[in-house]
Design a binder for this molecule. Structure first.
Ligand code: B12
Ligand code: SF4
Length: 526
């Protein structure tokens, strides 16, 4: 493909309105490498559902792209939070665990509705891809089609069945792939394959992404190729994505980020990140989400975080707010102070359990005692906003005593931040492909080789939503009771019920993991 003749259309597939930073970064990168190429962004996240097809058709008719770049962000809607079409976790638990036939039937109906919505979205997105490709080919018979994004990265082996022959399916970051494609170079060594022509290599997602040097996104350019750019600036509810690094070196057993982005952490230069934020700041943006898999992936990146936050202060952006996934074991008092000073007003700690023993078994590499100390530093530095603490019960080797430990740990966090400021977010792990947990499930016959991770029929969800027996029914019952007692404060209610039923351990017990001769990790799951 000769660069001069190329016209690239980026289509962000329908999605809850969330800033389409993936497509934006790709367009920016291509522009920096090939300033003469004409590009356009169409974000279907800003278009009402009835208009998806016509918006796409109109855009293709006007722009006549030679290369279609589809960005597909999320597929997995049954994640256990209130989402499109209700609360999937609640329906699932009502269906599986409710004794009351009315609740069971309501759960079944809810799940069917969610499953049909899910399949409807898959079908709709695949059709938007096919439709756009066909239409683009009317104008340029050799137009090409590339598909990528978070959803495609996770389900790259399954999506091919609904995509046209010749589609290039991309895993992880797409900058280098697009660059090679546009230079007419061989690109198949990148994490990708071509539907109907090549097969994904075995364990392709585990290959390292090609590192790129990230420079500040040029938002004046982006505004010039994206008609709805202003959409995300109209409301102060949106947190605009800014990436400060890629990669996570950890091994948490259920997590796929560490393979999508790779284990090697690549820091974007702080000056470039600040330059990017300043452009958005000048356009009125005050809320930022650092979209890194982890903002501080390990202690050795503390200095990078300090440098970035200090530069934000030096740049005079003193009235912003930001949020991120934070591994709270990697803080120092100085970093805590800067976090507060720069306006961090929300963060999520994904400790998963308040039992050091389980945290170790899930390969999470957290020291829970350090997390508490760092939280105290954050509080002392003046942090007075919301902390969401993610707990996933029943992942590995959960027992009444480990539940009691989690309660003790949670109560200590409440003591530090104030009970109203600590929001326990109760998740049950949605089993994802390419994770250690998937490996475990396959080894232990919980899943069969060749199972379909995209299959979310009510009768298959049970295996993908990780809540194994013998404690599965107990948690099911506790959650149902919590929804009944206080649906608006589900997380806190679950914690209270667990404490009423099982009591609370000594904090010290929670923080001490018994030394094991060999760490059995994952082999002891119920
Ligand atoms: C940060 C993040 C969030 C933040 C976003 C904050 C914000 N304001 O932006 C929050 C916490 C809000 C969030 C929420 C959710 N998220 Co999220 N999130 C992420 C995370 C960690 C990073 C995404 C990101 O912005 N990365 C930075 C940008 C630059 O990367 P990118 O968008 O992926 O784009 C790059 C590549 O994908 C690629 N690319 C993108 N498009 C294309 C197209 C082509 C053709 C090519 C070649 C390449 C390509 O190149 C881009 C540039 O390098 C990813 C996991 C991960 N590590 O990737 C999950 C992830 C995207 N989230 C996911 C999900 C499911 C959700 C939720 C739906 C969960 C839920 N049920 O509530 C929600 C809802 C989001 C919504 N649409 O409403 C899934 C999506 C896949 C799936 N399983 O379906 C992911 C992959 C995590 C996972 N566990 O699997 N999320
Ligand atoms: S859960 Fe967080 S720390 Fe663990 S591997 Fe995933 S991104 Fe890294």
């Amino acid at each position: 493909m000769k660069a001069m003749e190329t016209r690239i259309l980026y289509v962000r597939l329908p999605c809850n309105p969330i800033f389409p930073i993936g497509a934006v970064y790709l367009a920016d990168h291509v522009h920096k490498q090939f300033p003469d190429i004409t590009q356009k962004i169409l974000d279907l996240g800003t278009v009402p559902p009835l208009d998806y097809a016509s918006a796409l058709d109109d855009c293709i008719d006007q722009f006549k792209p030679t290369l279609l770049v589809y960005s597909w962000r999320d597929i997995q809607i049954y994640a256990p939070v209130g989402g499109r079409g209700g609360n999937p976790l609640q329906y699932t638990f009502e269906y599986y665990y409710a004794l009351n036939p009315f609740l069971k039937a309501r759960g079944a109906l809810g799940l069917l509705r969610i499953a049909s919505g899910y399949y409807g979205e898959l079908w709709r997105n695949a059709n938007l891809i096919k439709r756009g490709f066909k239409r683009a080919r009317k104008y340029h018979p050799d137009a090409k089609l590339v598909v990528g994004g978070g959803a495609v990265s996770v389900f790259y082996e399954q999506v091919a069945r609904s995509l046209p022959k010749g589609t290039i399916v991309s895993v992880g970051e797409g900058e280098t792939l697009l660059e090679k494609l546009l230079r007419g170079e061989d690109f198949l060594d990148e994490r990708c394959y071509i539907v109907g022509e090549t097969k994904p290599r075995d364990r392709m997602i585990h290959e390292f992404p090609t590192p790129i040097e990230k420079a500040a996104c040029d938002y004046d350019y982006i505004a010039s190729i994206w008609d709805e750019f202003e959409y995300y600036f109209q409301s102060q509810d949106f947190y605009i994505g800014v990436q400060t690094k890629r990669g996570c070196p950890h091994n948490c057993c259920y997590c796929v980020y560490t393979v999508i982005e790779g284990k090697q952490v690549r820091i974007n230069p702080a000056d470039e990140v600040v330059k990017e934020m300043q452009q958005l700041y000048k356009k009125g943006v005050r809320n930022f989400w650092f979209t890194d898999a982890q903002f501080i992936p390990a202690r050795k990146y503390i200095d990078d975080a300090i440098e970035l936050l200090q530069k934000i202060v030096d740049a005079g952006m003193t009235d912003i707010h930001w949020a991120a996934y934070i591994r709270a074991d990697n803080l120092t008092p100085k970093l805590a102070e800067l976090m507060v000073k720069t306006g961090m007003n929300y963060f999520e700690i994904g400790i998963t359990s308040g039992s050091q023993e389980l945290v170790r078994k899930m390969r999470m590499g957290y020291n829970l005692r350090t997390v508490l100390e760092n939280c105290r530093d954050l509080k002392a530095a003046g942090f007075n906003d919301l902390v969401s603490v993610n707990y996933s019960f029943n992942v590995i080797d959960e027992r009444p005593e480990t539940i009691r430990q989690t309660i003790a740990y949670h109560r200590e966090l409440e003591k530090i931040f104030g009970a109203d400021k600590v929001e326990p977010a109760i998740f049950f792990i949605g089993l994802q492909p390419h994770t250690h947990l998937e490996e475990y499930a396959l080894k232990n016959d919980i899943l069969k080789p060749g199972y379909d991770p995209m299959n979310v029929k009510p009768w298959t969800v049970r295996k993908l939503l990780w809540n194994p027996e013998p404690l599965g029914s107990f948690f099911g019952e506790v959650c149902l009771q919590a929804w009944q007692r206080n649906p608006n404060d589900f997380g806190r209610e679950v914690m209270d019920i667990l404490e009423e039923r099982l009591g609370r351990a000594d904090l010290e017990e929670a923080l001490t993991a018994p030394i094991e001769k060999s760490n059995p990790q994952l082999v002891t799951a119920p």
